[in-house]
Write a protein that binds this ligand. Structure first.
Ligand SMILES: [Zn+2]
Length: 81
């Protein structure tokens, strides 16, 4: 009889066991998903590597600079490609 991991362990532990990786929304650093800090930014939940990046995005939102931030980010991605 076959049983998957999720039937024995909560999904959070399964994610830890798999050590899923993702990139920080702000700085692009690779981090483990289970260590990520979440912030609702520009209409979506974003995964961040640390509270430093969290503080930056929080400040951007607080000062109504979301559009400026996103266009600067898009510009960076184009120029680095
Ligand atoms: Zn970061």
């Amino acid at each position: 009889m076959h049983l998957s991991l999720t039937q024995f362990y909560p999904s959070k532990l399964v994610r830890w066991l798999k050590r899923e990786k993702c990139a920080c929304f702000h700085c692009g650093d690779t981090m483990r998903v289970d260590k990520a800090v979440t912030l609702h930014f520009a209409g979506q939940d974003r995964l961040l590597c640390c509270y430093g990046c969290h503080a930056i995005l929080h400040t951007v939102q607080k000062n109504n600079l979301v559009d400026t931030y996103l266009s600067a980010k898009a510009g960076q991605e184009i120029s680095s490609a």
